[in-house]
Design a protein around this ligand. Structure first.
Ligand SMILES: *Cc1c(COP(=O)(O)O)cnc(C)c1O
Length: 564
């Protein structure tokens, strides 16, 4: 079954989450969508890769919101049997808390548009030979406590390497998408030892350069606090029989605690951040390492809705394979571009009507905001001054659509969802605002294509890249966004959208004023000038979508990191 994949050497791409398809909930947000888009582009281009992740049978969670704006979290079980094939020829084990935990696998095929296939290995501990507790290790994405997540990371990193070997894959490089999979490098240490030499006391037993040569690390967190860390007490209790000695591990992963970022940095030859600004911030944080920059992208075919895909097919043949060609969208007429967008908007407002009972106005400028509900994203920034907001709406009526999940243990994130619902209530006479529950990939495509303006207001410099604005670009929707992450590279004022703030380090009050000024003086007054608005649509397609895609991104990884 796997022979077609194991004959050719491949790059192994490890990620705790991978968004494989809209009906498979093995992702929580941007990191997983990026992983899926990366592998979809690899399949399109015919790059030999293999994905490795957990099967996450209970998904992240399904979100409901009650009448008071309180988030309700439900498991989102999916059945791997319906979308993947069981791999029956191999089973590996990882020693956890002194028990043998068996790991099986499923094969999911990502089929590229040119016929290329990228296999994805979904690791699964839900096997009858495991204890009931161990069977759940691969169920809940980012679930439960630190001990549970450490076990998950052991399965991903250690179990993943063992599974690839058991299946006879030939791996040229291991790409860690964030630090969750860094234990793979520890597992590799066991395989690269100086066996033939007499060791003097204190001499390295492990061939670190050989392991580094095999590893690539992409970091996604611009702050120390966001890094994935574990107390050595947990590490020692859970993994005592699996690891290199703790003393050696401390040298590689930090003295105080096992810092997965540090571990990955120390064992990777190539390290990168996900936008130019993010790489600079990371370089300051990790001064003794070289941090390169490869800016993220999105997968063209996945993130272009049917209407725009048809328009591009008419004017920019081959855009799915060569999205650079979208610079030629200027050939489409004003009417065609506008009508295509208008149809997307009709569809979105239908969805809003069906799910909330509220009827939004097709002819009002509609602003969209959807992302993880967490404090640095400042989802409630636009509600900071309610009087000002109402006054702007009196002059230039507009409406607002929001969506997003808060991580179950992010109390502040859940409070933000509640406070947004209170604001919606308070504005009910003045501005129509709706909140859609259950933000996921399919809702994301409807939102980024159906609104007129895509809003993003993170606190600088905490947005490593952000990708939803790139999805909007593929659907001709300009961004109104704080200058952070990819937008520093993508924003041309008045041509691809608008900047909020001047790029200085986070300042709530400055950003709030600027946001209202831009809305009142630049964004909303332009909406009824059809010709100028369509020029903006052309600007964002030709100058953003042509660049901020995973085809460009994966080609850079291939030439700058994988071929090292
Ligand atoms: C694209 C996407 C994200 C990431 O968007 P950001 O702009 O990085 O916040 C998160 N969740 C879902 C469901 C997405 O489709």
């Amino acid at each position: 079954m796997l022979h077609e994949f194991t004959r050719t050497p491949r790059v192994a791409y490890f990620s705790m989450e991978i968004a494989l398809a809209p009906n498979i909930p093995t992702y929580a947000g941007g990191l997983g969508v990026l992983a899926g888009d990366t592998l979809r582009s690899a399949a399109d281009i015919g790059l030999h890769m293999v994905g490795v992740t957990l099967v996450s049978r209970a998904g992240y969670f399904d979100q409901k919101i009650d009448a008071y704006g309180r988030q309700i979290e439900l498991p989102q079980m999916w059945d791997p049997e319906k979308s993947a094939q069981p791999i029956v020829c191999a089973k590996v084990s990882v020693n956890i808390e002194n028990r043998v935990v068996w790991v099986g696998a499923w094969l999911y095929r990502i089929e590229g548009l040119g016929g290329g296939i990228v296999p994805v290995i979904l690791l699964d501990t839900d096997l009858p030979e495991n204890t009931p507790e161990d069977r759940e290790i691969t169920h809940f994405l980012y679930g439960k406590d630190a001990a549970y997540r450490f076990k998950q990371e052991m399965i991903l990193g250690i179990g993943g390497i063992r599974m690839l070997q058991a299946l006879d894959f030939s791996i040229t490089k291991h790409h860690m998408n964030e630090g969750h999979s860094a234990l793979l490098a520890v597992e590799l240490l066991h395989r690269y030892t100086y066996q033939q030499r007499d060791l003097r006391p204190g001499e390295a037993l492990y061939d670190l350069p050989a392991v580094r040569k095999k590893c690539i690390f992409t970091t996604h967190t611009p702050v120390e606090a966001g890094q994935d860390k574990f107390d050595y007490s947990i590490v020692d209790r859970i993994a005592q029989n699996e690891f290199i000695d703790l003393q050696h591990l401390r040298k590689l992963a930090g003295e105080d605690c096992l810092n997965m970022t540090r571990l990955a940095l120390n064992l990777s030859e190539y390290v990168n951040g996900v936008a130019k600004c993010h790489a600079e911030v990371s370089q300051k944080m990790f001064q003794t390492y070289v941090v390169h920059a490869i800016t993220n992208g999105v997968h063209p075919h996945t993130w272009t809705n049917a209407g725009f895909a048809a328009l591009y097919d008419k004017y920019v043949q081959g855009w799915r394979h060569e999205p650079e060609q979208l610079v030629r969208i200027d050939q489409a007429s004003e009417e065609e571009l506008w009508d295509t967008h208008y149809n997307s908007k009709i569809k979105l407002l239908d969805i809003v009507h069906q799910s909330t009972g509220k009827q939004l106005d097709l002819d009002l400028p509609t602003i969209g905001f959807a992302r993880r509900m967490t404090s640095y994203k400042r989802p409630d920034l636009i509600f900071s001054d309610m009087e000002r907001l109402k006054n702007i709406a009196k002059k230039y009526p507009f409406q607002l659509i929001l969506a997003g999940k808060a991580h179950p243990s992010d109390t502040r994130g859940k409070e933000i969802i509640e406070s947004i619902h209170a604001h919606i209530h308070e504005l009910s006479e003045d501005i129509k605002v709706v909140y859609l529950s259950g933000y996921d990939m399919s809702m994301s495509l409807e939102l980024v294509s159906g609104v007129d303006v895509w809003l993003n207001t993170p606190l600088r410099p905490l947005e490593a890249s952000g990708t939803s604005g790139m999805k909007a670009a593929f659907n001709g929707v300009p961004s109104l966004s704080v200058l952070d992450g990819w937008w520093i590279e993508g924003c041309i004022e008045g041509v691809t959208g608008w900047a909020v703030g001047n790029g200085d380090v986070g300042n709530d009050q400055g950003d709030i004023n600027d946001l209202y000024n831009k809305l009142e003086n630049s964004v909303l007054p332009l909406y009824n000038k059809r010709k100028e608005w369509v020029n903006l649509m052309k600007g964002v397609i030709s100058k953003n979508a042509s660049i901020f895609n995973t085809h460009r991104m994966i080609r850079r990884y291939a030439t700058e990191a994988y071929m090292l």
